[in-house]
Design a protein around this ligand. Structure first.
Ligand code: SAM
Length: 207
């Protein structure tokens, strides 16, 4: 997976490659799909949700330009795989998932792997986690029509927000760097992508 799907497509961050080469991805997919765990695409994880394609996880993680001392907010815990990648690379992860069952499964998986630097919350992640803010980095792993204002505000100046922005059926992965309070910054387009919608105040309606 690392050679064929990540390095060949241009992922260069050696810490990201090392972590994704060692984390057991089969631990994060339903039992009946375990033999496809390293498949080059997203997989169903239940409740109509997906674990993202390995390349997309690597690209988003690399785009966050992590050094190791960051506090990161992740929106959309899903299977917990991206959470585990982040937790292996940074100081602390705060992760929010809308669907309680998914969040509980993810929490068990991370605990079993001994990843203890993660704080979990069930709720609408588009509102952020104001008590724990400001964050050095924010990663949104579900599609939003625009960058949610609370997330821009809860990012530190100099921080990076990565999110798939656009309509339900296809988005552009955006990297936004914050230059000033409360929400000044500049955006860069990274690639086309297709994520499940974020359902919430600054996302889409259910259905
Ligand atoms: N990163 C995950 C992984 O590695 O398995 C995949 C995330 S999946 C593409 C998107 C997740 O966002 C889903 O689990 C979905 O339930 C969640 N989600 C949707 N709307 C949300 C919201 N408002 N707040 C938090 N999570 C949300």
């Amino acid at each position: 997976m690392v050679e064929e799907q990540l390095i060949r497509r241009g992922i260069r961050d050696s810490r990201v490659l090392r972590v994704m080469g060692t984390l057991p991805r089969e631990h994060f997919v339903p039992e009946q799909l375990q033999r496809y765990a390293y498949y080059d695409g997203p997989l169903e994880i239940g409740a109509g949700q997906t674990i993202s394609q390995p390349y997309m996880v690597a690209l988003m993680t690399e785009a966050l330009e992590l050094r190791g001392d960051e506090r990161v907010l992740e929106i959309g815990t899903g299977s917990g795989y991206q959470t585990a990648v982040l937790a292996s690379l940074v100081y602390e992860v705060y992760t929010i998932e809308r669907i309680r069952d998914l969040q509980e499964e993810a929490r068990k998986r991370l605990t079993a792997l001994g990843l203890t630097n993660v704080h979990f919350r069930v709720g609408d992640g588009s509102l952020g986690w104001s008590e724990a803010s400001p964050f050095d980095r924010i990663l949104v792993t579900a599609a939003v029509p625009d960058l949610p204002p609370p997330l821009k505000q809860q990012l530190k100046v100099g921080g990076i927000l990565v999110a798939p922005v656009g309509p339900r059926w296809g988005q552009i992965l955006i990297r936004w760097k914050k230059h000033g309070e409360p929400d000044q910054g500049s955006a860069e387009e990274l690639t086309d992508c297709a994520f499940v919608p974020l359902v919430g105040r600054w996302g889409y309606r259910e259905g």
